[in-house]
Write a protein that binds this ligand. Structure first.
Ligand SMILES: [Zn+2]
Length: 207
C-alpha cells in the first residue's frame, strides 16, 4: 500500500499496512483503526497486543478435525471430545464450523478442510486436510459424511471431489450435502440461522 506524500511517522505507516493486510479491511478502515489505537491508553493497547500474541502462542489445531484447541489439549478439541453421533460434517473453515455449531443442528463431529479446491489459485486436494479426513473415515467408520462446503464454485468443486472419492472407495457411507437455498456464491458464515437450518435438515443424498 502506498501512502502518497505521507509525512506520517513510520510506526503509523507500518500499523496501517498491517491492518490493511487483514481480510475485509481497506486502506480507509486501516487508517481509522490505526488512529483509534493511537487514541487509546497504553494499557488498553497492551491488552490487545497480548491477546494477539496469546492467540498465536497458546492455540493450535486439533490433529483430528483441525479446529482450534489449546496446546495441552492438542488432539481433542471440544468438538471431538463431545461427539454424539457417528456423522462428520465437512466444512471449509473454522468460522463455518462455529456457525453450524451455534445453530445447534449438528450433533456429530466436524472436519475443517482449511480451504477449498481452487485451480485458479493453485490449491488442489493435496493442499487441504483431505488426507486427514480419509484417515478419519478409515479409523472412525462414520455412518454419514455431510458436505457443508460453501455454495461457491470452489466449494462445489470440493464437495464434488470428496463425494466422488468417498463413493468410489467406501460403499457403505451415506454422503449428503446441504440443500439448495443457501445464497449462491456466498459463504456459510453469512447465512441466516433459518436458511442454514433448513439447508441442513433437508440435506440431499449424493450417493
Ligand atoms: Zn477436533
Amino acid at each position: 500500500m502506498t501512502l502518497g506524500r505521507s509525512s506520517l511517522p513510520i510506526e503509523i505507516q507500518k500499523l496501517i499496512i498491517a491492518f490493511s493486510s487483514l481480510p475485509g479491511i481497506g486502506p480507509k478502515t486501516a487508517q481509522r483503526l490505526t488512529f483509534y489505537i493511537l487514541s487509546q491508553s497504553v494499557d488498553e493497547t497492551l491488552k490487545l497486543s497480548e491477546a494477539l500474541k496469546d492467540v498465536k502462542k497458546n492455540l493450535s489445531y486439533c490433529q483430528c478435525c483441525f479446529f482450534i484447541t489449546s496446546e495441552e489439549n492438542i488432539n481433542t478439541c471440544n468438538f471431538c471430545h463431545e461427539k454424539e453421533s457417528p456423522s462428520i460434517c465437512v466444512v471449509e473453515n473454522i468460522v463455518d464450523a462455529i456457525t453450524i455449531d451455534m445453530s445447534g443442528i449438528h450433533s456429530g463431529t466436524y472436519h475443517i478442510l482449511h480451504g477449498s479446491i481452487s485451480p485458479m489459485n493453485g490449491i488442489g486436494p493435496e493442499n487441504l486436510k483431505i488426507d486427514a479426513l480419509i484417515n478419519r473415515i478409515n479409523t472412525e467408520s462414520p455412518e454419514e459424511i455431510i458436505l457443508a462446503t460453501n455454495p461457491t464454485l470452489e466449494g462445489e468443486a470440493t464437495s464434488m471431489y470428496l463425494s466422488n472419492f468417498i463413493k468410489e472407495n467406501y460403499k457403505n457411507i451415506k454422503i449428503t450435502k446441504l440443500a439448495k437455498g443457501l445464497a449462491s456464491g456466498t459463504d456459510l458464515e453469512f447465512s441466516d440461522f433459518n436458511t442454514l437450518s433448513n439447508a441442513f435438515e433437508n440435506r440431499t443424498d449424493m450417493n
